[in-house]
Structures are given as structure tokens and as C-alpha cells.
Write a protein that binds this ligand. Structure first.
Ligand code: KMH
Ligand code: ZN
Length: 311
């Protein structure tokens, strides 16, 4: 098995400040958490920008640039911005950071799905919400369709190719593996590909271990083991750690972080994504997987290197 690539997903687009006081929002906070995650064993840092003043998701390439520059100055990590964005962002707005920053890698979502956090609306009392926008944002996701049409995927992929940015393909359901298999068959997307199995989102496939095995066996069959590598998310607690253990046992990689899971143990909030990285490193040691450094991860993934980016 290859060495284990650990991705830390620090902020995300659906974790709300009301849910945890440990959500990094400003570029400085995000970079500070990135440093701790890399010191703990993360090779790659997945980033969503927020408006530093309001805490709302932002697609402003200049905010991404600030974050990317800080992370590059302080760590050797692979900077992996989202192109998933959030509600109210057009696909063009989501994608514009790629030509602006030319990162080594960026996410490329493989299909349209419902993507919802609306059940949070009933979890908090009116006085509990930290910011006025949060409740409406959560409620609005009830009717949100996370748009990634075949046309969108093709444009996102081609834009990444033009900028020598390797896509991290996000598969939220089995059908998404058929979507990427279609593009590979047509020769539009070229192997080898790097796929994130995003289980546990309300609107996508659940994190049941059978599902993760099903995603792997489907990808093996449709794409071919030699043509792809994968990582697993397992959103939520304890799903994240169960999914990670399975992934580590079957040769996959892992992603942890407050974007996907708030808890270090039952009912105990993680004080930052680095605590989640530390835990997955402990599990990896028990399971006999060695951890990849950022440069080893670059080699495994075939990235252009951090000197070739535009930040
Ligand atoms: N937000 C995650 C559920 C992306 O950012 O483009 C999936 C993700 C994809 O991280
Ligand atoms: Zn993300």
C-alpha cells in the first residue's frame, strides 16, 4: 500500500459558527489551524473561504489568495481549495479561483444532488444563533440543489487542465462514479484520477461501511484499480473515524476536519481539525499505515509542485 495521505478540511461551507466555537473563519485563523494540522500529519489542506467579517461562505478569489499565501509561507502542505462553493454561488463564481490561483489541486464535484443542513433549524433556540444569517442559511438548504451538471463538470475539468491543477473528484453517491466513468470512456477525462468518496451528506449516500465497500468495488470495476486512488470522508461522528479505519485497511486515504465532523469523541467538540488529524494518525499507526509527507503525497498524486502555483 502507498503511504497514507491525510487531508484536513478546516472550515467547509456548511459548518456554522453556532455549532462550534472552534470553526476557523479568517485567513489567519485558517492558516493557524493548517500549521497545526500539518505538524500533526496532514499532507493536504482543503480550504473554503469565509467572509472574514460575517463568517458567511465567500467565493472571493482574493480571500482565497490570502489564505493560500499564508499556508504556503508557513507549511509545505498541498493547498486544495473547494470549487463546490455554496448556495447562491453560480458555477462560474465557484470556479474563478482556479485560473486566479492555479493551485496544485482543487475539488471537482461529480454530480448534482440535494445538499442540506436544514434539520439544524430545529436544533437551536432563537437566542442560540451566533449570527443573524445562520438560521436562514440552514433553512434555505432545504430547497438547495447542489448543481454539477455534465456541462459544468466538463468546464470545471477543462479549466483545471488548462491551469495544470489536478482535480480532486468528489463522489457523493454511486451514480457519480458512473458519471466519471462516462467521461473517462469518452476520453474527456484522462486517468489516473483522484477521487474523494464523500459519504454522510444529507442528500448523498450514507457512511455505512457496506456503502464504502460498494463505492470501492464499483470504482474498481468501472475505472480500474490501476487508474484511480481514493480517499474517504465519512461525514459526522463517529462515522468519520469508522470510515477512515476502513479506508486505511483497504488501501485508501482519509480526510478529517471540522468541515466534516465536529467531535473528537462522543459529545466532545474537537478544539480544531488538528485534534482530528492526531486521532487519525494514532489509528493509522495501530493499523500499520505509514503517513505521507506533503512531498510524498505530491509524488503519489502526480502534482506539479508548489512552485508552479500563482500565489
Ligand atoms: N463539502 C463537502 C461535503 C468541495 O468542497 O468541493 C464536500 C467537499 C467538496 O468538500
Ligand atoms: Zn469542501
Amino acid at each position: 500500500m502507498d503511504k497514507l495521505i491525510i487531508t484536513a478540511a478546516l472550515t467547509g461551507n456548511i459548518t456554522l459558527p453556532t455549532q462550534t466555537p472552534y470553526l476557523p473563519i479568517t485567513p489567519d485563523q485558517i492558516a493557524e489551524d493548517a500549521v497545526k494540522c500539518v505538524n500533526a500529519g496532514a499532507a493536504s489542506i482543503h480550504v473554503h473561504a469565509r467572509d472574514p467579517k460575517t463568517g458567511q461562505p465567500s467565493s472571493d478569489p482574493e480571500v482565497y489568495r490570502q489564505i493560500a499565501t499564508l499556508i504556503k509561507a508557513k507549511t509545505n502542505a498541498i493547498f486544495v481549495p473547494t470549487t463546490g462553493g455554496t448556495m447562491n454561488m453560480t458555477p462560474q463564481e465557484r470556479l474563478r479561483l482556479v485560473p486566479a490561483l492555479k493551485p496544485e489541486m482543487a475539488t471537482c464535484n461529480l454530480g448534482s444532488i440535494n445538499f442540506s443542513i436544514h434539520p439544524l433549524v430545529d436544533r437551536y433556540k432563537a437566542e442560540d444563533w451566533k449570527n443573524s444569517w445562520e438560521k436562514d442559511f440552514a433553512a434555505g438548504t432545504k430547497d438547495f440543489i447542489f448543481r454539477n451538471t455534465f456541462g459544468d463538470i466538463e468546464i470545471f475539468y477543462k479549466t483545471m487542465l488548462e491551469n495544470n491543477t489536478k482535480p480532486e473528484f468528489e463522489a457523493y453517491d454511486i451514480g457519480h462514479l458512473y458519471n466519471i466513468a462516462f467521461f473517462l470512456r469518452k476520453g474527456i477525462i484522462k486517468p489516473p484520477v483522484w477521487i474523494q468518496f464523500v459519504t454522510g451528506i444529507l442528500g448523498g449516500i450514507g457512511s455505512d461501511l457496506e456503502n464504502i465497500m460498494f463505492m470501492k468495488s464499483t470504482a474498481d470495476r468501472l475505472i480500474g484499480m490501476q487508474n484511480y486512488k481514493f480517499s474517504v470522508i465519512g461525514a459526522g461522528y463517529p462515522a468519520e473515524f469508522h470510515a477512515d479505519c476502513l479506508s486505511m485497511m483497504i488501501g485508501g486515504n482519509v480526510r478529517v476536519g471540522i468541515e466534516d465532523n465536529l467531535f473528537i469523541s462522543k459529545g466532545v467538540l474537537a478544539k480544531g481539525s488538528w485534534e482530528l488529524v492526531e486521532k487519525v494518525v494514532r489509528l493509522a499507526k495501530e493499523l500499520g499505515r505509514e503517513i505521507a509527507t506533503p512531498d510524498e503525497a505530491r509524488q503519489i498524486l502526480g502534482l506539479k509542485g508548489k512552485e508552479q502555483v500563482n500565489f
